[in-house]
Design a protein around this ligand. Structure first.
Ligand code: UDP
Ligand code: MG
Length: 325
């Protein structure tokens, strides 16, 4: 395939501050690649409005009116980054040979898009963008991210270190991705499970130019917890082992104290009693909470609700030439 049709999918949530510049920069890159004959002139950039409550949609809408490579997809409400990304990928896959996902704030280096395409042409179905420097992220974000990757690794989940959601996937890979039906989506964990031939391209991550991160601490923690509990039952096994260990220990202590009582050597023992009640009570609550977390997941999965609902699709139903005038 000499000139593959590329679609760049950009999920956006209240990104009015960065969008004009992002549209401009991505358009430049795509037009240059088309002019250089690297990609087909059917290639597009698809901006997914994930239930924005600012002017993002009007910016996307106007751009898709006037710019040939720009298209828009409006979701009916906010469904979160991962689902918005899926909405874009699934909408665009039939018309594309390969698809790249990238964040709207362009913190990820768009200069390597050409390298993504080169690797795709060389036969790789998935190309991961990997950050080799994270000096622009806060120390806190770097440390928590490192802790998260290490935790996932210990739990046996195959994550690409320092890869977020900046990647190229072939049409075939996206089609196979559609077979993963879970509602609790964690793409970084699922994409490696596809198992196709893959490679990495390295770049350094930039600072967000404008607007605020849409992943404040609370959302980041819940994203991490989702990632862990969607992929691994190790935490629940760990709790089980702690429970069994404490049962064995208390059983042995029980025998010991009974023996002491038998020989009339018991102490008043209030401290040990109260400590163990609190300890066991705490452990039980943790265990119940963790089990609840998994049951909650099962509950959500059984409902099989759609992951997103498309409100306006300007990708498959773009403006006609008549509308533009
Ligand atoms: N995003 C989205 N829906 C959401 C939250 C975020 O589509 O509910 C998009 C957001 O517009 C951006 C990307 O997901 O394009 C990543 O968000 P952000 O850059 O704020 O995350 P960070 O880089 O700080 O981790
Ligand atoms: Mg960002």
């Amino acid at each position: 395939m000499n000139q593959p049709v590329l679609t760049i999918v950009v999920p956006c949530y209240n990104e009015e501050e960065v969008l004009p510049d992002t549209i401009h920069q991505l358009e430049l890159v795509v037009n240059n690649l088309i002019t250089d004959g690297v990609i087909s002139n059917q290639s597009k950039i698809l901006f997914v409005d994930d239930g924005c409550i600012d002017k993002s949609w009007s910016i996307i809408y106007k751009a898709s009116l006037h710019k040939d490579v720009v298209r828009g997809l409006k979701l009916s409400r906010n469904v979160g980054h991962q689902n918005a990304l899926l909405a874009g990928l699934f909408t665009a896959k039939d018309a594309s040979d390969c698809l790249i996902s990238i964040d709207a704030d362009l913190q990820d280096d768009i200069e390597i898009i050409q390298e993504f395409i080169n690797q795709f042409k060389a036969g790789y179905e998935i190309v991961y963008g990997v950050r080799d420097k994270r000096h622009t992220d806060t120390r806190f974000k770097r440390n928590t991210a490192e802790l998260f990757y290490n935790c996932m690794k210990k739990l046996g989940v195959d994550l690409i270190y320092n890869h977020a959601d900046y990647r190229l996937m072939s049409k075939r890979a996206v089609e196979e991705l559609q077979g993963f039906q879970e509602v609790n989506l964690f793409l970084r964990g699922i994409v490696p499970l596809l198992g196709f031939r893959s490679t990495c391209v390295y770049y350094s991550r930039k600072e967000r130019k404008a607007g605020e991160t849409k992943y404040p601490l609370k959302k980041m923690l819940s994203f991490a917890a989702d990632g862990i509990t969607s992929f691994s039952v190790t935490p629940i096994r760990f709790v089980l082992s702690v429970g069994m260990l404490s049962f064995i220990v208390s059983f042995l202590f029980g025998i010991y104290f009974l023996t002491l009582k038998f020989f009339g050597m018991t102490q008043t023992g209030w401290t040990s009693l109260i400590t163990s009640i609190w300890l066991i009570g705490g452990l039980q609550l943790i265990a119940i909470g963790l089990v609840g977390e998994y049951i909650g997941k099962i509950y959500k999965e059984t409902k099989r609700r759609p992951k997103f609902i498309v409100d306006i699709d300007l990708f498959n139903f773009p403006f006609s030439k008549k509308d533009k005038t």
